[in-house]
Design a protein around this ligand. Structure first.
Ligand SMILES: [Zn+2]
Length: 149
Protein backbone atom coordinates (compact mmCIF):
# COMPACT_ATOMS: atom_id res chain seq x y z
CA UNK A 1 0.00 0.00 0.00
CA UNK A 2 1.48 3.36 -1.04
CA UNK A 3 2.34 5.73 1.68
CA UNK A 4 -0.05 8.67 1.77
CA UNK A 5 1.38 11.96 2.77
CA UNK A 6 -1.32 14.35 3.75
CA UNK A 7 -1.27 17.87 2.38
CA UNK A 8 -1.13 19.37 5.79
CA UNK A 9 1.94 17.31 6.65
CA UNK A 10 3.67 18.47 3.46
CA UNK A 11 2.90 22.11 4.01
CA UNK A 12 3.96 22.02 7.62
CA UNK A 13 7.29 20.47 6.67
CA UNK A 14 7.96 23.23 4.13
CA UNK A 15 7.08 25.80 6.77
CA UNK A 16 9.76 24.28 8.91
CA UNK A 17 12.47 25.14 6.36
CA UNK A 18 15.38 27.05 7.88
CA UNK A 19 14.25 30.27 6.15
CA UNK A 20 12.72 31.39 9.41
CA UNK A 21 15.97 31.07 11.31
CA UNK A 22 18.06 32.77 8.61
CA UNK A 23 15.57 35.63 8.51
CA UNK A 24 16.14 36.16 12.20
CA UNK A 25 19.86 36.73 11.60
CA UNK A 26 19.19 40.44 11.56
CA UNK A 27 21.62 42.87 13.09
CA UNK A 28 20.40 45.73 15.20
CA UNK A 29 22.32 48.97 15.42
CA UNK A 30 21.98 51.83 17.84
CA UNK A 31 22.98 55.44 17.90
CA UNK A 32 25.63 56.22 20.51
CA UNK A 33 22.82 57.79 22.58
CA UNK A 34 21.21 54.34 22.81
CA UNK A 35 18.35 54.94 20.37
CA UNK A 36 17.50 52.07 18.01
CA UNK A 37 18.37 53.26 14.51
CA UNK A 38 18.88 50.38 12.09
CA UNK A 39 18.02 46.74 11.61
CA UNK A 40 19.72 45.00 8.68
CA UNK A 41 20.35 41.50 7.32
CA UNK A 42 24.16 41.85 7.33
CA UNK A 43 26.73 43.42 9.59
CA UNK A 44 27.78 46.92 8.61
CA UNK A 45 31.40 45.78 8.93
CA UNK A 46 30.84 43.35 6.03
CA UNK A 47 29.48 45.99 3.66
CA UNK A 48 31.55 48.06 1.23
CA UNK A 49 32.60 51.62 2.03
CA UNK A 50 32.69 54.76 -0.07
CA UNK A 51 36.11 55.98 -1.09
CA UNK A 52 35.10 59.61 -0.65
CA UNK A 53 34.13 59.64 3.01
CA UNK A 54 34.38 56.06 4.26
CA UNK A 55 30.61 55.82 4.72
CA UNK A 56 29.12 52.34 4.69
CA UNK A 57 27.13 51.56 1.56
CA UNK A 58 23.76 49.87 1.96
CA UNK A 59 22.17 48.89 -1.33
CA UNK A 60 18.50 49.87 -1.06
CA UNK A 61 17.31 48.91 -4.56
CA UNK A 62 17.78 45.86 -6.74
CA UNK A 63 20.06 46.79 -9.66
CA UNK A 64 22.81 45.35 -11.87
CA UNK A 65 21.96 41.82 -10.74
CA UNK A 66 22.57 42.79 -7.12
CA UNK A 67 19.88 42.36 -4.52
CA UNK A 68 18.98 45.14 -2.15
CA UNK A 69 19.77 44.60 1.49
CA UNK A 70 16.87 44.01 3.80
CA UNK A 71 16.86 46.79 6.33
CA UNK A 72 14.80 49.33 8.20
CA UNK A 73 16.09 52.72 9.20
CA UNK A 74 14.62 54.53 12.16
CA UNK A 75 15.76 58.08 11.54
CA UNK A 76 14.45 61.56 10.92
CA UNK A 77 15.08 63.16 7.54
CA UNK A 78 16.63 66.62 7.61
CA UNK A 79 17.43 69.31 5.06
CA UNK A 80 19.62 68.39 2.11
CA UNK A 81 23.23 69.55 2.21
CA UNK A 82 25.47 70.27 -0.72
CA UNK A 83 28.86 68.69 -0.10
CA UNK A 84 31.97 69.61 -2.01
CA UNK A 85 34.14 66.69 -3.01
CA UNK A 86 37.91 66.97 -3.15
CA UNK A 87 38.06 65.48 -6.65
CA UNK A 88 35.78 68.27 -7.84
CA UNK A 89 32.05 68.50 -8.15
CA UNK A 90 29.32 68.62 -5.61
CA UNK A 91 27.08 66.06 -4.10
CA UNK A 92 23.65 66.63 -2.64
CA UNK A 93 23.07 64.66 0.52
CA UNK A 94 19.62 64.12 1.99
CA UNK A 95 20.55 63.50 5.57
CA UNK A 96 19.04 61.35 8.25
CA UNK A 97 19.37 62.02 11.93
CA UNK A 98 18.87 60.08 15.10
CA UNK A 99 15.27 60.66 16.25
CA UNK A 100 16.42 61.21 19.83
CA UNK A 101 19.71 63.12 19.83
CA UNK A 102 19.57 64.35 16.17
CA UNK A 103 23.09 63.06 15.49
CA UNK A 104 23.79 62.89 11.75
CA UNK A 105 23.92 59.18 11.01
CA UNK A 106 23.50 58.74 7.28
CA UNK A 107 22.37 60.09 3.94
CA UNK A 108 21.15 59.24 0.48
CA UNK A 109 21.22 61.02 -2.88
CA UNK A 110 17.50 61.66 -3.29
CA UNK A 111 14.75 63.09 -1.08
CA UNK A 112 13.11 60.92 1.60
CA UNK A 113 11.67 58.39 2.16
CA UNK A 114 14.50 55.98 2.78
CA UNK A 115 15.17 53.70 -0.22
CA UNK A 116 14.13 56.31 -2.80
CA UNK A 117 17.78 56.32 -3.90
CA UNK A 118 19.79 53.25 -5.01
CA UNK A 119 21.98 53.44 -1.92
CA UNK A 120 21.82 54.54 1.66
CA UNK A 121 25.07 55.61 3.29
CA UNK A 122 25.76 55.21 6.98
CA UNK A 123 28.43 57.38 8.50
CA UNK A 124 31.46 55.53 9.69
CA UNK A 125 31.41 55.17 13.45
CA UNK A 126 27.89 56.57 13.85
CA UNK A 127 26.19 53.34 14.90
CA UNK A 128 26.99 50.55 17.31
CA UNK A 129 25.63 47.04 17.81
CA UNK A 130 25.80 47.30 21.57
CA UNK A 131 23.31 49.67 23.09
CA UNK A 132 25.02 52.30 25.21
CA UNK A 133 28.49 51.68 23.78
CA UNK A 134 30.54 53.95 21.62
CA UNK A 135 31.73 52.22 18.45
CA UNK A 136 35.50 51.80 18.23
CA UNK A 137 35.58 53.80 14.97
CA UNK A 138 33.92 56.83 16.58
CA UNK A 139 37.24 58.42 17.44
CA UNK A 140 39.08 57.53 14.27
CA UNK A 141 41.66 60.18 13.55
CA UNK A 142 41.77 61.40 17.15
CA UNK A 143 44.68 60.76 19.43
CA UNK A 144 43.59 57.99 21.75
CA UNK A 145 44.52 57.86 25.38
CA UNK A 146 48.04 56.58 25.87
CA UNK A 147 47.68 53.39 27.87
CA UNK A 148 51.40 52.98 28.59
CA UNK A 149 51.72 56.40 30.24
ZN1 LIG B 1 21.05 59.38 19.06
Amino acid sequence: MPKVISRSAVSSSTDAQPTASSATALRVYYCICGEFVLVIDKTLASLPQRKTDGAIIIRSQDADGEKARIFKLNAKPSDPVLVERSQGGHERQYRFRCPRCTLFIGYQSSPPPVKSAPFLYILKGALTQAQGQIPPEAFDGDEGPVSSA
